[in-house]
Design a protein around this ligand. Sequence first.
Ligand code: ADP
Ligand code: MG
Length: 550
Amino acid sequence: MMQPQIILLKEGTDSSQGVPQIVSNINACGAIADAVRTTLGPRGMDKLMVDDKGKATISNDGATILKTLDIVHPAAKTLVDIAKSQDAEVGDGTTSVVLLAGEFLKQSKPYIEEAVHPQVVIKAFRRAAALAVEKVKELAVQIKRSNPENKLDIYRDQRQMLLKCAATSLSSKLVSHQKEFFSKMVVDAVLMLDELLPLNMIGVKKITGGALEDSRLVDGVAFKKTFSYAGFEMQPKKYENPKIALLNVELELKAEKENAEIRVDNVQEYQAIVDAEWKILYDKLDKIHKSGAKVVLSKLPIGDVATQYFADRDMFCAGRVVDEDLKRTMKACGGSIQTSVGNLVDSVLGSCEKFEEIQVGGERYNLFTGCVRAKTCTLLLRGGAEQFIEETERSLHDAIMIVRRAMKNDSVVAGGGAIEMELSKHLRDCSRTIAGKEQLLIGAMAKAFEIIPRQLCENAGFDATNILNKLRQSHAQGGKWYGVDVLNEDIADNFEAFVWEPSVVKINAITAAAEATCLILSVDETIKNPQAGGEGGPPGGMGRGRGRPM
Ligand code: ADP
Ligand code: MG
């Protein structure tokens, strides 16, 4: 008897399922991991990406690379997501998390192909990940203050720890040669913030030109000199304890043709309108002057008349200040942004210890230091090419995030593959006590952890097999912090070599990678329906039998 054909999905729907689907997803994720593989570690390479507008980005950061790549494979997107989440959560370790997930999947592939049920693999991997995280927590070294009574000691020890973590994070970046310089800068920047360590209180300004070492940290707000009119040069450029008016008010005469259309019959009427306009402006200016403010910042333009007016009264003004800068000045110096000048009382004016204009390279910068309200700082980055400065900014961002993390949670582990080798050993030991399939699967996960030291070796051009053998040996003999020594093509105690990373980075990476692996393994069918979703639906799909009210 002939079975009637059951049509379940619309024509054109593409679906594939079962083991081949899982394997194909694993392969896609492998391709993603391959894309970032070579960037890992101090000897990692950078990637240059060009978008459709021809804008080039050079980066070493896993999250940045994957974000720019615009990946379409539905399963592989998961890896992009974990890289992004690692970036948001801890800021560094984005390449590691992708590599780990890729390797977990790769190690699971033979089992999937041999028809081990994915749920069995998932269960084992979950268990292994939990074991690994537990082990990281157990291994992590709390940085102890040598003398809890002495506050300076606390600062010294914590500072040293932060410097090491920042240096490790920076050592794999383009700026690795200046890592001492920049890790000091980053740590200082974070230490300047208050308790909550708000990231947006660290401003970053990029100025092309000069050498990287000309970069500097300003303990306050800094922004570039805005567009100015004649008269500006007559204004003072330096004040002690000035009051600062933050405005969202236009201080400019409108050109007549831009205003509303008015019918006038004679010259007098026209003159009256012009006078009124001047009077409005002067009223505003007088009010600002009377408030006692010395520095006037406005989001909207400040015209030539106003500029001259302020110059005559020993005041400084800057119009068209970027919103972000104005807000940061407000947070740092107190006061509030006013949309009118009607109520410029002291409580809405900000203040700082010192305001000055300085020259950085070819640009002039307005500097507000010694801010009363919030602790803030600005990094003025210098350097050659624009892409280079941008990558510097991203690298510093990673380091800043790491330092913030390390401040909140001051336990560290040794990097350079040391922690991963130790986890690998631990999992292998654990797996021996477990019977059944799970033993093999946890063993597979143990093997997967070795990808980090292996890749570090490969990227440095070392003989990975040789180094890994040495590492396995020393870890078996209890050298728990032995990792790759990228300088001498050997292994070294990376805890003593101060390759330190906050333990949260590793914990987050392991959890996220395992999570993504389990997610991808649990998907055994992708259904692609070209007609569902998308924008606007297919042409002609509208109005099928739908009467439109006239
Ligand atoms: P991610 O995006 O994952 O942070 P990186 O390119 O920054 O990738 O590489 C980080 C890896 O490099 C970590 O495993 C870290 O332990 C290792 N690493 C950093 N500095 C050193 C060093 N001086 N020696 C050996 N390994 C290092
Ligand atoms: Mg890094």
